[in-house]
Design a binder for this molecule. Structure first.
Ligand code: FAD
Ligand code: FO1
Length: 433
């Protein structure tokens, strides 16, 4: 080991506690008796992220910096493209090793390839997002939850265990820490005019744990009955914290398991563990995770057969964005997202499927769904989103259904089906124009 600090390039997991990448970085630094340094490289743009999501991220990082410095671990906020900023930081501080956190998205994998080609020190990628590391759970693209579930359940006893604490670091970095201008304009992508949502949830690790414990104490027992009703607060609201890494899914699972073994808790763990880890599997092993080419062959074939079917309605991106379709229920879902930065999980399926129904092609549909999802959802720009949209529009992780116009064999949903599940009129009133 040539000496120099161990550097953890934090990206996906923006937290100090329960973060395997940071745990590993500290264990290496302790063994080598060198300082531990954490950096976050803020890019000017990140997919369709707007200023609002950057504010959430930066507020969370402010807490990370405070917590790290209490443990004598330096935190650096860099600005620019990682391929150039991270290598220059590595050379400036004479780092001896670089640790990163696993992220299956194409953009972040390109960042890492760029950095790896410009440095000569060891660079190790740690899966701090999934309970069972994505590479260990499965080495190939899984067909659906039913094929991944048994592989996860077999490995959970080994991986769903507690974390070691991050201790006060005994070796102090000599790299001069620059002061951070937290109010610097986070991104040139302004918040779109029709997004009127203020931050509906408080960012950061501490706030995430409050939401988790509140959910477990007050709402989890009704999860399996309430979670598909957008008029009830049946879901956990943890997705922004899981997306930005303010809380670890492993911590959530440990606390849920300690609290209850009810069918409701089991239903929640199925979504949190199987559905969420299936999304990372999808994005890691299917490089076309955000396009028509990523759909299973049966779905591509079926959608191709129905390309020429007449559409009852056709809308542009602008009309969808402004919630100006003929359908009050779809418009209400779009307005929920515009006004709160999130959409109820059940409505997301309906919302995406209607975009397939009311556009001229599946390619246009997936592009519009991804753009709106990644612009307005606080939990957007996430493997769960790409998998959720590909499930809705392209039958990914789903099976063939009765064939019908436009959809082909893709599972169909309509307002009547929603009315069987919840009070559609109340939901439309809640988010009326
Ligand atoms: P809960 O029901 O409390 O679930 C807890 C956690 O389990 C979630 O935070 C999530 O990590 C995981 N989970 C739950 N349902 C799913 C699912 N269907 N697929 C994968 N993981 C799941 N999720 C995102 O995180 N970001 C997105 O951008 C996103 N876009 C979606 C788009 C469409 C079209 C669809 C159908 C689903 C999308 N989802 C997305 C998945 C799911 O709808 C959300 O994760 C969930 O609604 C978030 O609310 P919650 O945390 O309260 O969920
Ligand atoms: N990760 C970074 O390393 N640098 C960024 O500037 C950055 C911005 C960002 C904006 C919105 C957003 O939703 C995520 C962002 N990510 C950033 C975090 C990380 O890469 C994401 O958690 C992944 O997209 C999740 O898979």
């Amino acid at each position: 080991y040539r000496g120099g600090p161990v550097v953890y390039w934090m990206s996906r997991e923006q937290r100090v506690n329960d973060n395997w990448a940071l745990c590993f970085a500290q264990s290496e630094a302790l063994e080598k008796k060198v300082p531990l340094v954490v950096l976050f490289c803020q890019t000017p743009r990140f997919l369709d992220a707007t200023q609002q999501q950057y504010h959430f991220l930066l507020r969370g990082l402010r807490e990370v910096k405070r917590t790290l410095e209490e443990k004598n671990i330096s935190f650096f906020l860099l600005h620019g493209e990682p391929e150039s900023r991270v290598p220059s930081f590595i050379h400036e501080c004479g780092a001896g090793m670089l640790i990163t956190d696993q992220n299956p998205l194409r953009l972040t994998r390109e960042w890492k390839r760029g950095v790896a080609s410009r440095i000569t020190i060891p660079m190790l990628d740690i899966d701090a997002h999934n309970i069972v590391p994505v590479w260990i759970a499965s080495q190939k693209l899984e067909y659906g939850a039913y094929t991944l579930r048994p592989k996860l359940h077999r490995l959970l006893p080994e991986f769903l265990d507690d974390y070691p604490p991050i201790v006060k670091h005994p070796f102090t970095a000599t790299v001069p820490v620059k002061s951070i201008d937290w109010d610097r304009d986070p991104s040139p992508t302004p918040v779109p005019v029709n997004s009127t949502s203020s931050l509906v949830c408080e960012p950061g690790e501490a706030a995430a744990l409050v939401v988790l414990r509140n959910f477990i104490a007050l709402r989890m027992q009704r999860y399996d009955t309430d979670r598909n009703d957008p008029m009830l607060e049946g879901q956990s609201h943890l997705s922004p914290y899981l997306h930005f890494g303010h809380v670890s899914a492993q911590r959530v699972a440990l606390e849920v398991q300690r609290a209850s073994a009810s069918p409701s808790a089991a239903a929640f763990l199925e979504e949190l563990i199987v559905r969420r880890e299936l999304s990372d599997n999808f994005c890691l092993y299917n490089n076309a995770y955000d396009s028509f080419d990523g759909f299973p062959a049966w779905a591509q074939q079926s959608l191709n057969v129905h390309r020429k079917d007449a559409r009852t309605h056709l809308y542009t991106l602008e009309q969808f964005e402004a919630a100006e379709t003929h359908d009050a229920l779809w418009n209400a879902a779009q307005r929920e997202m515009l006004r709160t930065g999130r959409m109820h999980g059940f409505m997301r399926m309906y919302w995406a499927k209607k975009i397939l129904e009311w556009t001229a092609s599946p390619e246009e549909a997936i592009a519009i769904a991804i753009h709106l999802n990644d612009t307005y959802e606080l939990d957007g720009r996430d493997p769960n989103g790409y998998a959720g949209i590909a499930w809705s529009i392209g039958g990914v992780h789903d099976r063939a259904w009765i064939e019908r116009p436009v959809y082909g064999k893709i599972r169909y949903m309509n307002a009547k089906g929603c009315a069987r599940k919840f009070d559609v009129k109340a939901y439309c009133d809640k988010f009326r124009s």
